[in-house]
Design a binder for this molecule. Structure first.
Ligand code: HEC
Ligand code: HEC
Ligand code: HEC
Length: 475
């Protein structure tokens, strides 16, 4: 089960009242590139990958594709995804295309009941009719029916009253299809559609207000995701991706690795692994075109682009002659735990499999979250059949498990030597990141923690409203 940790609530508390701003800033755009010769079901399959339907609708540990039963933790209990295979008894075999469309875009099930927003209809609401049609054809014709019920969602009263969602949809669901923005190129519009309606970059990279609605005014400006931090990816030259070439960004989305710049770990590695790597080059280019023109958001804490900090260490020669005890604690630990792969100089391996640590966004960023999380949880990313793997030092598998103080000392050394010298890491910070969720849960934390969290907050507030209304009706 994927789970949002307590720190997520801190996230909710962190943000202001921009729900209204979000509701008002309805930039509605839409674009599509339909190849008339492409079979509709094929196109639907592609869209299902771009929207990552399987990730949520397949139970972990070998569940049948789309048979449901995947638990998305909310503060109120697990919300299980349903069987969306065309089984007439257990899945959506009896759904008409109109019913399917309502489930995707309005969050209303075939029987008229409201879905919890753990199903991201708030994103899919932007899907075009043509894409809903293609998805429908794919699910009805190409997906194998699974004749088994998915695990039922049982939430305690009053959250089990699905009608509470109607109140919240009225407030938060901007039930509108994407429409192309005039004055923007076809590629930018297509990229906007892909980034928001399908790949939902915003769910991770845009900060949220107390109601867990995205802050429209800070779109893609960077947000905390439990133990990870989804960085600012606006066009700002220092805080964002202004200095990235189109090729760099395309390569990052396709592979998660741009040597001398950035590697994708945590939830971003999952997005690349399960979805983005399968997008065709035109669509990757479209996302790049869109992302590169997102209005800049600057953060005063960023003095230089995070991929420009640091240089190789010249201490390698020194290591040979030096008594290890003479090294500062962080350097000694780095030598023992990290240098075998990343080299004492921090230059990594010549083939780039072990990346360099200087000119590396996780190390150069003004916040050490992604460096600490990488040390705690490691990296595992499978792209094009190849796996990159760095072990996590958080819970001692076959590598040493390091204490919070160890990780703080290593991080501070790495920051001073290869990264942002303004950043010093304390054991308390490491504890915070470590308890952002216990390791095995965080390791699997993906896009779905966010919708789970939204669902929880919405239901809590919905229930509160209901109770208030009842109290209000008493004579
Ligand atoms: C972030 C996780 C997530 C993703 C991604 C996701 N779903 Fe869902 N979906 C859910 C959950 C959870 C439910 C059940 C919610 C509930 O019980 O209220 C659900 C319910 C549904 C239902 C209602 C079925 C029924 O009768 O109960 C349909 C249809 C559906 N999803 C289709 C899709 C399609 C198609 C995609 C991809 C375009 C998709 N979902 C992507 C989580 C997800
Ligand atoms: C599930 C959450 C999630 C989604 C969805 C997501 N990202 Fe990310 N993204 C992250 C996290 C977390 C990182 C930091 C990863 C790291 O440093 O290892 C990141 C890193 C990045 C980076 C590298 C930035 C840097 O400075 O290293 C880029 C570029 C990026 N994302 C673009 C995108 C785009 C474009 C999309 C949509 C197509 C997207 N992301 C979707 C969570 C997400
Ligand atoms: C067994 C080899 C190995 C060891 C030991 C190792 N790493 Fe890594 N490291 C890797 C690999 C492989 C990657 C991922 C490369 C990729 O994503 O393409 C990586 C990635 C990284 C990144 C970039 C991650 C990101 O999200 O941007 C950092 C920073 C890092 N390692 C720091 C460390 C530190 C600090 C230590 C010691 C505590 C360490 N590594 C130990 C192999 C290793």
């Amino acid at each position: 089960m994927r789970r949002w940790s307590g720190k997520g609530l801190g996230l909710a508390g962190r943000v202001g009242l921009a729900a209204v701003a979000l509701l008002l800033s309805r930039a509605v755009v839409h674009a599509q590139s339909v190849d008339a010769n492409e079979p509709i079901a094929e196109r639907g399959r592609y869209l299902a990958v771009a929207a990552d339907c399987a990730a949520c609708h397949t139970a972990p540990g070998g569940g049948k594709p789309f048979a449901g039963g995947y638990g998305i933790a909310s503060p109120l209990g697990a919300i299980y995804s349903t069987n969306i295979t065309p089984s007439r008894d257990f899945g959506i075999g009896t759904y008409s295309e109109a019913q399917f469309g309502r489930a995707l875009r309005e969050g209303i099930r075939g029987d008229g009941a409201h879905l919890y927003p753990a199903m991201p209809y708030t994103s899919y609401t932007k899907l075009t009719d043509a894409d809903v049609h293609a998805l429908y054809v794919y699910f009805m014709t190409d997906v194998k029916p699974v004749e088994a019920p998915a695990r039922r969602t049982v939430l305690p009263f009053p959250y089990n009253i699905r009608a509470t969602m109607a109140v919240w949809n009225a407030l938060f669901l901007d039930d509108r299809r994407f429409e192309p923005e005039s004055g923007k190129s076809v590629a930018v519009n297509r990229g906007h559609y892909l980034a928001y309606a399908l790949a939902h970059c915003d769910t991770c990279h845009t900060p949220r207000n107390v109601m867990m609605a995205e802050m429209g005014g800070r779109a893609l400006g960077g947000a905390s995701l439990s133990s990870w931090y989804a960085p600012n990816i606006t066009s700002d030259p220092k805080s964002g991706l202004g200095g990235w070439s189109d090729d760099d960004l395309a390569r990052y989305l396709k592979t998660g690795d741009v040597p001398g710049k950035a590697q994708a770990g945590g939830p971003m590695a999952e997005a690349v692994e399960h979805s983005l790597q399968y997008l065709n080059d035109d669509d990757i280019r479209a996302i790049v075109a869109y992302i590169k023109q997102v209005p800049a958001i600057a953060d005063a804490a960023d003095k230089a682009p995070r991929d420009t900090y640091g240089k190789p260490s010249d201490r390698e020669a020194a290591y040979r002659g030096l008594d290890a005890r003479a090294l500062v604690r962080g350097e000694r630990l780095f030598t023992g735990e990290c240098a075998a792969c990343h080299r004492p100089t921090g230059t990594g391996s010549p083939d780039g499999y072990y990346p360099q640590l200087f000119h590396n966004t996780a190390v150069g960023a003004a916040r050490p979250d992604n460096l600490i999380s990488t040390i705690l949880m490691g990296v595992r990313r499978e792209v094009g059949g190849h796996t990159v793997y760095m072990p996590g030092f958080g819970s001692g598998s076959y590598v040493d498990s390091l204490s919070d103080q160890d990780i703080a000392d290593i991080s501070t050394y790495v920051e001073q030597q290869f990264g942002n010298p303004a950043v010093r890491v304390s054991a308390e910070e490491v504890t915070l990141i470590r308890t952002g969720g216990p390791k095995p849960l965080i390791a699997r934390l993906g896009a779905f923690a966010v919708p789970g969290m939204i669902a929880g907050v919405l239901m809590l507030a919905g229930a509160a409203l209901l109770v208030l209304r009842r109290v209000g009706k008493k004579p």
